[in-house]
Design a protein around this ligand. Structure first.
Ligand code: NAD
Length: 364
């Protein structure tokens, strides 16, 4: 028996609703495995701006530092949209958290159960067995973090952003991709734009060398990002694990999310090299979607993405792959047994957020 310590940051909109459901499931799952949870809840995002004047208060950051993982809801909403970009909840909370804990790898499973094929905009015959792929995005480098400039030039304004990658940054994300593929079909596709960008030429060379040395058993392929975007809608299951740099990953991971149906089903883990007190990876776990202000407060949000994010936390930060698998299987069975929130109902009578969580708990 062990005690697992994590910080809970529900955030805004549907965040607190789906977080409550996920914690109920997690507590029940850990009761079964004989483990204990020790967590404290803290403000982040818009609610933190209201209560503390900043999206990431020092007290929240400190609580995360004292923890072995972060379970994150979602932040933002119309109330805070008037703020300057730098103070917006997402940018002012998530980016500093990623930076503080050096979370350089975002792992997002693209999982669509065959029973939910109607949720995908793809024709059912293209995905007869659903979808099961993983997108890994480099999170702390590239054009979002390079030098930014705006200047006056010949009577007009010009601006530039710099895309920069170092070999060490490419190798460490390649390592995450390789390890992820080892536990799956052993296939990795690296995505770049090596026909145009210097950073991509370095990316491709470094990745090829890294896999040759460290993962000779993995089947490595390369695709240009424009082609990858097409392939992802043409036949998503041709991928097993694909990985790419920050901006390409930002775009492709959202494309993958829409191909996989509802945002309410998709979870993610942001991981780095920092070890927690258990000697495992410190990580931030959150749903792929946002705070969904259009449905917030109605008790109808799909809690599955948050529940599955909690399962990822059990696997990566607490070394409880068995508990994670138990939760994942319970979610799958609840959905396949016909329990559906409105976003995945498709003619079935929709259930509430709490009823969905209850259905998962009953199947643990
Ligand atoms: P969104 O992901 O919040 O919502 C897009 C659509 O998906 C909406 O129709 C919403 O109802 C639906 N949806 C999302 N999650 C759902 C769930 N669990 N159950 C059922 N339906 C769900 O994206 P948006 O509307 O572009 O953004 C809303 C706010 O969220 C913005 O302020 C944005 O900045 C923020 N946001 C935050 C994060 C984050 O915290 N990581 C990520 C994306 C967007």
């Amino acid at each position: 028996m062990a005690t697992f310590k994590f910080a809970v940051l529900p955030g805004d909109g549907i965040g607190p609703e789906v977080m409550g459901a996920a914690l109920d499931v997690l507590e029940k799952a850990c009761e079964k495995s004989g483990d204990e949870l020790s967590f404290s809840t803290h403000d982040v995002g818009g609610i933190a701006i209201d209560n503390f004047g900043t999206a990431l208060p020092d007290s929240t950051l400190e609580a995360c530092r004292r923890s072995d993982a972060i379970l994150f809801g979602s932040v933002g909403g119309p109330k805070w949209e008037h703020l300057p970009p730098k103070e917006q909840p997402e940018r002012a909370a998530l980016l500093p958290l990623r930076k503080a804990f050096k979370l350089f790898a975002n792992v997002r499973p693209g999982l669509l159960y065959p029973q939910l094929a109607d949720a995908s905009p793809l024709k059912n015959e293209r995905i007869p067995d659903g979808i099961d792929i993983v997108c890994i995005r480099e999170l702390t480098g590239g054009i979002y973090f390079g030098e930014k400039k705006t200047w006056a030039e010949n009577g007009e304004t010009a601006a530039s952003d710099t895309m920069l990658y170092r070999v060490s940054e490419i190798e460490r994300i390649a390592d995450v991709a390789g390890r992820t593929a080892m536990g799956r079909k052993g296939k990795v596709c690296s995505i770049d734009k090596a026909n145009v960008l210097e950073t991509s030429v370095l990316w491709r060379k470094t990745v090829s060398q890294y896999f040759k040395t460290h993962f000779p058993q993995i089947e490595l392929t390369h695709l240009y990002v424009d082609n990858a975007a097409m392939q992802l809608v043409r036949n998503p299951n041709q991928f097993d694990v694909f990985f790419t740099e920050n901006m390409f990953g930002d775009i492709l991971s959202d494309e993958m999310a829409v191909v996989c149906g509802s945002l309410g089903m998709l979870c993610s883990a942001s991981l780095g090299d920092i070890q927690n007190s258990l000697g495992l990876k410190f990580g931030l776990y959150e749903p792929a979607g946002g705070s969904a202000p259009d449905i917030a407060g109605q008790g109808i949000a799909n809690p599955c993405a948050q529940i599955l994010s909690a399962a990822m936390m059990m696997r990566h930060s607490f070394g409880r792959g068995d508990t994670a698998a138990m939760i994942e299987s319970a979610v799958r069975r609840a959905v396949c047994d016909g329990f559906r929130t409105a976003d995945i109902a498709f003619g079935k009578k929709p259930v509430s957020t709490t009823d969905m969580a209850r259905a998962v708990i009953e199947r643990l």
